[in-house]
Design a protein around this ligand. Sequence first.
Ligand code: GDP
Ligand code: IMO
Ligand code: MG
Length: 419
Amino acid sequence: MGKVTVIVGGQYGDEGKGSIVDFLTQKADIVARCQGGNNAGHTVVIGNKSYKFHLIPSGILHKNKLNIIGNGTVIDPEVLCNEIRQLEQEGVKITDKNLVISSNAHVIQEKHKEEDIKTGSKIGTTGRGIGPCYKDKINRTGIKIYDYLNQNSDKQNFDCIKKLKPLVKDTSFVVNKLLGAGKNLLIEGAQGSLLDIDHGTYPYVTSSNSTAGGACTGLGIGPTKINDVIGIFKAYVTRVGEGSFITELGNYNQCKNENKDEVLNKSDIAKANSGDGYTQGKMLRKQGNEYGTTTGRPRRCGWFDLVAAKYAVMLNGLSMIVLTKLDVLSNFETLNVCVAYEYNNKKLEDFPLQAEILEKCKPIYEKLPGWKEDLTQIKRYDKLPENAKKYIQYLEQKLGVPIFIVSVGPGRDQTIVME
Ligand code: GDP
Ligand code: IMO
Ligand code: MG
């Protein structure tokens, strides 16, 4: 039997799942998306070229691997066609040998996008029609992609139908047969654990299960087939859209108005290191280039939150962790890590599930020493500055799960595998 590894976002999305999936695809035969749609934006950087995937799995750039868009996803047909066209222009040929689409995936229709744009702004959705499409699926009034492609309506884009039809398969059989033949499967989660419809900060969540359980229902494989669940965490936290964010630095309205092209200068760094919260957030945003892949919105930034991260470890049963964007923490004299929340003069160690409690929580921080060195060219763990190693060891010890990869830049070759 082939091995199954699930990759999930440990925070609020954009943890760097795409680049880690691309890296781990070297050892996989199949890469599959199991939930979400083109609300996701996964970036893969190879050399000086950057690819952004919304629906197509991030394994597509590797030769001789099968990529699957699973039944749990929601598909905007034109967006998918454009993504395929874009890849073909860049020399990646798409056939049913490297990309298949589940016949059972649901279709995002025009009315879904219209509804999302009208009603989603309170939550800060991506406006891609995700929630309304899942709503119709659950209500049993949706359209599956197989039916959509075979309905011969004159409103359809025929080029697009012609492109997608040959790729549509009953993927639950495809994937289980390949596993039976010993092929290894990597499942690429979208969004993050705290955006999960059941376990996230409802209603400020997405409309699917972005925790590990979604991998089984979203592909048609049984839980006994899963060998590993890997959680991807940024070395700090970001969030796009509305919703609670206990360790946020500065406030959302300030960061919304920030000019993307403005560069960080020495006096900003000095101001951040003198303890100015908003400037610390801005420093993370600028050094981490924290602007959305899908919508271009500035991402809200804050310190690593162990309370939320431990909740994600629990929900997903994580067996391993990848820590990304460690390079972004350079130049901070001191790093804060949130170890508990304060609520009504009480100390909370478990992530509160009631919105009214969460809203009133304040972070309790422990301080760790920072480092000045640039990490982006470092290839081995033992070459990292002592304080960067301390930071990794501290998080690993607190989370109780091994950190097996640390990434120090967007490139494939900026991924450090721990010995
Ligand atoms: P995803 O949605 O989880 O796949 O993440 P995104 O692609 O939306 O956002 C992550 C961003 O950070 C992308 O622009 C990546 O190229 C970039 N990135 C990934 N890993 C690292 C890293 O270790 N360091 C830096 N500086 N950038 C990274
Ligand atoms: P990846 O896969 C970050 C957020 C939106 C909004 C909420 C609901 O790139 O990590 P939706 O359009 O899903 O109904 O929006 O969820 N959101 C994401 N944030 N990364 C994502 O995907 C996201 N997908 C949705 O900003 O707050
Ligand atoms: Mg993203």
